[in-house]
Design a protein around this ligand. Structure first.
Ligand code: ZN
Length: 130
């Protein structure tokens, strides 16, 4: 069954954004750079899920463009699914619009794909393999 893996939040500054969570007694992870997506990331574990704070490392980053257009805020919701290739296959068959046609491999070796907001109620949806 799918679970919420994390919720992605676009921020201008990781240092500034993570302090509210520290004040709430949560423990943000060390900052990590994801070259492929041109972002620096902090994960904040919250119960079974996590908040993913995303700061752009380049003006060409999707996060920089998002903030320029819409300001800081909720960027995407990520669901962890048991069988990602099967899920992607099903979505494609049903004509769901994906941001990229192929499943990508992230820094930690995890597999992921993004569903375009046009196909998911205006919210960018990330799917990762369990
Ligand atoms: Zn994410």
């Amino acid at each position: 069954m799918a679970k919420i893996d994390h919720i992605g939040i676009a921020v201008k500054s990781l240092a500034g954004a993570k302090s509210i969570y520290e004040k709430l007694g949560l423990t943000p992870s060390p900052e990590e750079t994801v070259e492929q997506e041109q972002v620096r990331v902090v994960m904040v574990p919250v119960g079974e899920s996590r908040l993913e704070l995303l700061e752009a490392t380049s003006e060409n980053s999707a996060i920089a463009k998002f903030i320029a257009k819409r300001g800081e805020g909720l960027h995407h919701v990520c669901l962890r699914v048991p069988d990602l290739p099967a899920a992607v296959e099903r979505l494609k068959k049903d004509g769901v619009r994906l941001v990229s046609e192929e499943i990508k491999t992230g820094a930690g070796g995890h597999k992921y794909v993004f569903v375009h907001p046009a196909s998911s109620g205006g919210v960018l949806l990330e799917l990762v393999q369990e």
